[in-house]
Design a protein around this ligand. Structure first.
Ligand SMILES: Cc1ncc(COP(=O)(O)O)c(C=O)c1O
Length: 466
């Protein structure tokens, strides 16, 4: 495919783009439970305006566009206030949760190596349920991840942390809450241990940062996770998730500048000039920064509180609905609007249930270790959750009455993928899938039941995780 010889008609281009999206998931129908954190049409229209106002501006040079620097500083201050930081709390905006988490890996690695330059490989202690962005960060930055198992309630097992601490430990990381199960780790206990051993503690609150404070205000029991806990040294919180900003916005906060300084990158000899950068990106899209500020302004504390009420009501109905299905059980006691459920009946394979749900039009995210299905609630879901529960009930019954479904089709493949002991094989197939997707033919993956080999199935199983 070549560039069009001459520029095409704008209307024609836009019409073609609209046609291309007909095959996309229609998230407005509330049948998807990941990827989109959707508030309302009106909110989205407002964000687009805010984004468009600063469409061309670039946050790369904080001195060039004072407006963007102001938005960034104010977003940092508002987030710090919400998470009970103080006047010493500092931070930066980033492009999203992954950047915030990866920056935490880099910051704590550099902090450790500055103090102990003889150490060859820094280590991070993380629960098994930590977001995969930390694994990615560790991989990129040459850090070793030491994983700690979860307790019976799918939270980090604090008793197992002490043994992993050594002179190479750069930081401990906790989730508030974890992506897979929606559980907040025992942060006060982890922080106490971290303090005793003089180790920083990062709280990954990409999911909960803009939600848990309001869930707490509503009177739900929320474990302490923010700067009120002595020993918490940094927090990541995504604006493009429950902060309802435009995509491309997250905040990373540090208790004081002594931590943040290790995040910065400075090159003093580059022929292009002296270069100083606060976060990972070079060019930083002004639109996302502006929309982040605008989102917090338009929501306000009352807006977030109202939103939390709606979402928690929906979540409570959902949990009740799942608990009324005897063959299913929610994993642990989720702290907010993200949760997973599994089968507790041998005759009901959860991946087979997922297949049935997908036949009814739902987009289902599958988990592994243990096999479970995942849900993340947004305001969009309140009108759909009754139907979800009815369909779930029917799907469970269908699977129960049709033994052997777990041995057929995608359910069998997913079961196999989740259980294959040779994880290297799965990794190899996933790599093949990526090479197909991004290779010269840029093959698209056919998700239909009959088609595709294991690499395609892996694509469906894993690629949607977010
Ligand atoms: C707990 C947690 N941390 C980090 C991330 C990564 O965020 P992003 O997808 O914005 O890069 C996610 C994404 O869902 C998450 O749930």
């Amino acid at each position: 495919m070549n560039l069009p010889k001459e520029g095409r008609d704008k209307q024609e281009i836009l019409a073609e783009m609209e046609r291309y999206r007909t095959g996309d998931i229609d998230y407005k129908k509330g049948k998807i439970f990941s990827l989109i954190y959707d508030h309302s049409e009106e909110h989205t229209a407002f964000l687009k305006k805010a984004y468009a106002l600063f469409f061309s501006e670039n946050g790369l040079n904080p001195m060039a566009f004072e407006s963007l620097k102001r938005f960034e500083s104010e977003v940092v201050r508002m987030t710090a206030g919400m998470l009970h930081g103080d006047s010493e709390t500092v931070g930066t905006l980033t492009s999203g949760g992954t950047e915030s988490c990866m920056l935490a890996v880099k910051t704590y690695r550099d902090r450790l190596l500055k103090r102990r330059p003889w150490i060859r490989r820094a280590e991070l202690i993380v629960p098994e349920s930590i977001h995969v962005a930390f694994e990615k960060g560790a991989d990129y930055f040459g850090v070793r991840l030491r994983k700690i198992p979860l307790d019976g309630n799918y939270r980090a097992d604090v008793l197992k942390i002490g043994r992993k601490i050594n002179r190479r430990t750069a930081a401990i990381v906790a989730s508030a809450p974890s992506y897979p199960h929606g559980l907040v780790d025992p942060i006060p206990e982890m922080a106490q241990l971290a303090r005793e051993r003089h180790i920083p503690l990062h709280v990954d609150s990409c999911l909960g940062g803009f939600f848990l404070p309001f869930v707490e205000q509503l009177g739900y029991p929320v474990p302490q996770f923010d700067f009120r806990v002595p020993g918490v040294t940094s927090i990541s919180a995504d604006i493009h998730k429950y902060g309802f900003g435009a995509k491309g916005a997250s905040v990373i906060l540090y208790r004081d500048i002594d931590y943040l300084k290790h995040q910065f990158f400075i090159s003093e000899n580059w022929p292009g000039g002296i270069f100083a950068s606060p976060a990972m990106l070079g060019t930083r899209p002004g639109g996302a920064i502006a929309a982040a500020w605008a989102a917090l302004q338009v929501m306000g504390a009352q807006g977030f509180l109202h939103n939390a009420r709606v979402i928690m009501d929906t979540t409570t109905s959902l949990i009740k609905g799942i608990e009324n299905i005897p063959e299913l059980a929610v994993l642990g006691k989720p702290n907010m609007s993200v949760l997973a459920y599994r089968s507790v009946d041998e005759a009901v394979n959860i991946y087979a249930v997922a297949e049935q749900m997908e036949q009814k039009g739902w987009h289902i995210d599958r988990l592994q270790n243990p096999a479970a299905l995942h849900i993340m609630i947004t305001p969009r879901h309140q009108d759909f959750i009754g139907q979800y529960i009815r369909d779930l009930k029917d799907s469970v019954e269908y699977v129960k009455n049709h033994p052997g479904l777990e041995l057929q089709g995608n359910a069998a493949t997913y079961g196999m993928i989740a259980k294959v002991p040779f994880r290297g094989l799965i990794k190899k197939q996933a790599l093949k899938m990526m090479m197909d997707l991004y290779g010269p033919e840029a093959k698209s993956i056919d998700f239909s039941e009959s088609s595709g080999g294991i690499a395609e199935k892996i694509g469906k199983f894993f690629i949607k995780k977010r």
